[in-house]
Design a protein around this ligand. Structure first.
Ligand SMILES: N[C@@H](CCC(=O)N[C@@H](CS)C(=O)NCC(=O)O)C(=O)O
Length: 200
């Protein structure tokens, strides 16, 4: 049985969503981010003291994007892991791009507009982060304007990984007005039945 460490309201959700898409059973060990660095059971599988972490038999892995690449490659029977080497490289490209170009700025917006208590919030920091997002959003808009999904016609793990990052956009109150293709794509990805199942 696959084990995922982490709660749904954490990056562990990315892996839970994928496991629901793949139809692979798993168990969740609830570790909240704030307790992660103190949890001895988690530290044994992820010395960083962060979630998610995966245990699959004797195999242990941390980093959400690496976990999803492993799960998709190993367990895909529904077409989420592309057949061609080039498309698999594109999965990595968009997953790395999401973490490097989008994730941090979205997190700052979410914290300063939603997660943190009012007295900790600094509207200027959120505005600055949203400004930083304009560059990657333009890139994504240009890419998605001509195709339904990142790799073309079909939803793949690339879409799941990047859309999972964009889940934070709602809480960060990001204005997608200038980016209609991105908004359409996020909506399509986040309304998938497997994601709803993972949320529930
Ligand atoms: N790059 C890592 C980031 C993991 C991460 O920062 N997880 C957060 C929860 S979403 C966490 O465990 N925070 C606890 C801490 O930093 O002490 C991944 O994608 O798995």
């Amino acid at each position: 049985m696959i084990t995922i460490y982490g709660i749904k309201a954490s990056r562990a959700f990315r892996c839970m969503w994928l496991l629901e898409e793949l139809g692979v059973p798993y168990q969740r060990i609830d570790v909240a981010p704030k307790e992660a660095s103190q949890r001895l059971d988690l530290l044994k599988v992820n010395p960083n003291g962060r979630v998610p972490a995966l245990v699959d038999g004797a195999f242990v892995l941390f980093e959400s994007m690496a976990i999803n690449a492993y799960l998709a490659e190993r367990y895909d029977t529904v077409g989420l892991w592309p057949a061609s080497r080039e498309d698999r490289a594109r999965v990595l490209q968009w997953s790395c791009w999401g973490v490097a170009e989008v994730e941090e700025a979205l997190l700052v917006c979410m914290r300063h507009r939603h997660t943190w208590a009012a007295e900790r919030r600094e509207p200027a920091k959120a505005a600055e982060a949203e400004q930083k997002l304009q560059r990657p959003l333009k890139v994504l808009e240009g890419h998605l304007a001509g195709r339904p999904y990142l790799l073309g016609e079909a939803f793949t793990v690339a879409d799941l990984n990047l859309a999972a990052i964009f889940t934070w956009a709602r809480f960060g109150r990001i204005d997608f007005g200038p980016y209609p293709s991105v908004a359409r794509w996020i909506e399509g990805c986040l309304s998938r039945p497997a994601r709803k199942k993972a949320v529930a």
